[in-house]
Design a protein around this ligand. Structure first.
Ligand code: CTP
Ligand code: ZN
Length: 408
């Protein structure tokens, strides 16, 4: 590596926006909604083979939304966006203006329906590009009005300019912060020594125990809220979870998770979802009949979509039973299940070990996609170095017997 490259150090997980036209880095940075404590490196006017001079931004622990990338394209076209995972460049793309841009710029025509005072549709422009970025024009798809590059740039530079969708957090950062919170709050526990494993309900002697119910302090709950909301927003941005109306948490532990998730999605990402949970024992009086079993269901409209959240899956069978209660709603769609930790374990008990894992069972039984914020393989790789020989043997022995695959 040449000395010049050492000017800016490598990052572990996050984004690098490279080949930014010299002098534009601060404008790009202003457009990105980064928390004030984000680890950020900015280099200005550094030597670049192709451009003469360039700017560069590196942000650890972040992930950009597609609307952020689209706007960057107007001020720093042909910059390269690198997504870094585990120190490696996982994805590289050249940032170009999108074909259409929705809901960001106002139409200059005051009579356009997008400028109506009530129930105006979000704006939608077709982007016309030329050889140079200055030749870019926007054409309103409602009224045909044209916006020239000068006014686009002026808007972007103005103080009030905001990109509606909030800044997303990278998966690696969510995993790391969440794991620390689980350990600190006592939701992820390890036995004092290798000869005293936790005996699970299944009878299996486990090297760890997950129980989100142990998180009862405000600081831990705030982290759980942040982790679930950030992870769900990321999955939605990537198209892995379609939009939904409700967050359902199976009682009892799922109740607080569902409420925290709804609150987090609202506070951090401006989404407005309702929560719902099931009563373990149906109420005998009052309310509408569905509400006696499903709290929150009185607002449900046929065809609405539900996301399920929970801490972990042990056998999967109880989850099938709870989710069956949702049939009371009539026409509905379950868009996915988000859990805190995937144990990556085979079904069965101490002596019976099936081929199938709980997640696969749920995906088969309920045709449901399961997403986990953390899984035990990642957790093991993060804690392994702090374990003694006996403890590592316990972990590896357990997973070669009950795991879907070996550890490492
Ligand atoms: N980078 C980083 N941290 C890493 C890996 C890469 O900050 N762990 C940065 C590099 O410093 C570089 C950018 O990400 O600015 C792209 O990395 P790479 O593709 O390895 O570099 P180049 O080949 O120079 O990229 P390009 O071909 O896009 O110029
Ligand atoms: Zn218009």
């Amino acid at each position: 590596m040449s000395n010049r490259q050492l000017l800016v150090s490598k990052i572990e997980n996050g984004i690098v926006i490279d080949h930014i036209p010299a002098g534009k880095a601060f404008l790009v940075l202003k457009l990105l909604k980064q928390p004030s404590d984000a680890e950020t490196l900015i280099a200005q006017n550094v030597v670049s083979g192709s451009l003469g001079k360039k700017d560069l931004i590196k942000i650890e622990g972040t992930y950009l939304t597609s609307s952020e990338i689209d706007i960057i394209a107007f001020v720093a076209p042909n910059s390269t966006l690198n997504i870094i995972q585990d120190w490696e460049v996982k994805e590289k793309r050249v940032i170009k203006p999108p074909e259409n841009i929705k809901g960001v710029f106002q139409c200059p025509n005051l009579l356009c329906q997008t400028n109506k005072e009530f129930a105006a549709p979000p704006t939608d422009f077709k982007v016309e590009t030329g050889e140079k970025i200055e030749e870019t024009k926007l054409h309103c798809t409602y009224c045909g009005s044209t916006t020239w590059y000068g006014s686009i740039l002026e808007k972007i530079k103005s103080e009030e300019f905001k990109i509606e969708s909030r800044g997303l957090v990278s998966e690696a950062k969510i995993e790391k912060v969440f794991l620390e919170a689980l350990i600190k709050g006592g939701a992820l526990r390890f036995p004092p020594s290798a000869d005293k494993p936790f005996i699970l309900k299944s009878g299996r002697p486990s090297p760890y125990f997950v129980n989100l119910g142990a998180l009862t302090d405000g600081e831990s709950l705030a982290k759980v809220k942040w982790a679930f909301a950030s992870y769900i927003a990321l999955l939605m941005e990537r198209g892995e979870i379609p939009d939904f109306d409700y967050v359902f948490g199976p009682s009892y532990k799922g109740i607080s998770l569902a409420t925290l998730t709804c609150e987090g999605l609202n506070e951090l990402y401006g989404m407005d979802k309702r929560y719902m949970y099931d009563r373990k024992e149906a109420k005998e009086y009052g309310d509408l009949s569905t509400d006696r079993v499903l709290v929150g269901a009185s607002y449900f409209k046929p065809g609405q979509r539900i996301l399920v959240v929970d801490d972990t899956i042990t056998t999967g069978i109880t989850k099938v039973e709870t989710i069956e209660k949702l049939r009371l709603l009539g026409d509905h769609e379950i868009v996915g299940l988000v859990i805190a930790v995937d144990r990556l374990e085979r079904l069965g008990d101490k002596d019976n070990i099936e081929d199938m894992g709980a997640v696969e069972y749920l995906e088969k039984e309920l045709k449901l996609k399961v997403h986990s914020i953390q899984n035990i393989k990642t957790i093991y790789s993060l804690i392994k170095d702090s374990l003694n020989e006996d403890m590592r043997e316990l972990w590896e022995g357990y997973y070669s017997k009950y795991g879907l695959s070996k550890l490492e």
